[in-house]
Structures are given as C-alpha cells and as structure tokens.
Design a protein around this ligand. Structure first.
Ligand SMILES: [Zn+2]
Length: 219
C-alpha cells in the first residue's frame, strides 16, 4: 500500500485529528539515539524510527532500546545507498530484505513500513517495496532545511509548517552531527503541544487516516 505524503494533508480538514507522527531516520546511533529516547521518555511521546540495517547490527542494544521503550521501527535500507533507484532490482531487493532481517533478528519486530533514503523513489523501488508488502512512508514536514541552521530555527520551521496528520522528518544518525535535532526536539514537542497536537506513531496515524482513504469504519 502506498501512502503519498500529500494524502495526509487532507487530514487538515478534520479538526479532531490534531495528531502528528515524529519520525527519526538513519539510526541507531550510540550517542544521538539515546539522547532522543531520553527526551521522548521525559515528554511521554512515542515516535517512529526508520533504521539502517547495518547500524542495527552494529548497535543492537540501541535498536532494542527503541523497541522496548514502545517506539515503532521501520526499514530504511541496509546500507543507505545514495541513490537507491539507480541500483538494479536484485540490489534494491537485498537492501530492503537485509535491513528487515537485521531489525527482526535484533529486536524481534518485523518492520512493515519502508522509507527509501532521501525519499528517492522510482518504479523499481516502488514495485519491490509493494511486492514485499511494505507500506511506503514519506514525510510532510522536514525539520532539516538549509533555512534552519540551529535548533531554534528548526523548531520554528516545524511549528510553522505543521498540519493535522503531519509526518515530521528528523534524524538521529549518520552525518552531519545530529545535535541540532536533539536540541530542537524538546522545543518541537513543547511547541506542538501548545498548539494542541498529540503525538502518535505512524501506525496509529494511518489507522486514523482510514477516513481519508474512504475506509471509514462503521463502528
Ligand atoms: Zn536517511
């Protein structure tokens, strides 16, 4: 099933849906991920982490910590290729499969969401992800931007662009330093709460999106 980022903008018409999903890409990281987890714990927020398979193997305890603290994990490929669509079919399949296997082996959870690195998508990536039964997840608000050079600016950007049903993209791993994300996170959580937002995982967000997709339950 494909969820284009734009789909969730329709939630803006539903005022009761003041929910957002915080997502963190490129972990686990031995320094930044525990910091992010500590903040999420402090503010009682559940988030979704799109993990890189080979980092899960390198930092298994951190990956397990994410899951044991009640957060959701998704597949972000095994080695985070710079341009996944340029790889051949076998390579793309391997990147996706190896990542899920690593996550499942280490955490016991089989991810059902897939986010391609940098959001780069073509027919090969789309076909393989769908054939393997993943739901593609992008984002509607990127915290990272050249106009957000420091934590304050990053938070300001998110608080300005947020909308009901937003999927917010942040990072807890890879280069460059992720201190900006770590320091912006409490500002973002506090600011969004002030605006009346609640935090949900991507699964929870999609459950609420049934109404958007014309699958509203009768109950
Ligand atoms: Zn990434």
């Amino acid at each position: 099933m494909l969820f284009a980022a734009g789909t969730h903008r329709f939630l803006a018409h539903e005022p009761s849906m003041k929910v957002v999903a915080l997502t963190f890409d490129d972990g686990p990281h031995p320094i930044y991920t525990p910091k992010v987890l500590e903040i999420l714990r402090r503010y009682k927020v559940k988030a979704t982490f799109f993990l890189i398979g080979e980092r899960v193997e390198r930092f298994p305890q951190i990956a397990r910590m994410i899951v044991s603290e009640g957060h959701e994990v998704g597949n972000h490929t095994y080695s985070h290729p710079n341009n996944l669509p340029k790889e051949n079919w076998d390579e793309i399949r391997l990147e996706i499969e190896k990542c899920s296997k690593a996550i499942e082996r280490v955490t016991g959870v089989r991810p059902k969401f897939f986010r391609p690195p940098k959001g780069f998508l073509n027919y090969k990536v789309l076909t393989l992800a769908q054939l393997e039964g993943y739901t593609l997840v992008f984002w509607t608000v990127s915290a990272d931007h050249k106009d957000a050079p420091n934590p304050k600016a990053m938070a300001k950007r998110v608080l300005k662009l947020v909308h009901p049903g937003a999927i917010i993209l942040m990072h807890d791993g890879r280069i460059p330093s992720r201190w900006k994300d770590v320091k912006a996170l409490p500002l973002i959580i506090k600011g969004l709460r002030k605006q009346g937002y609640k935090f949900v995982t991507v699964s929870e967000l999609f459950k609420r999106s049934d109404i958007v997709l014309g699958r509203k339950r009768s109950s």
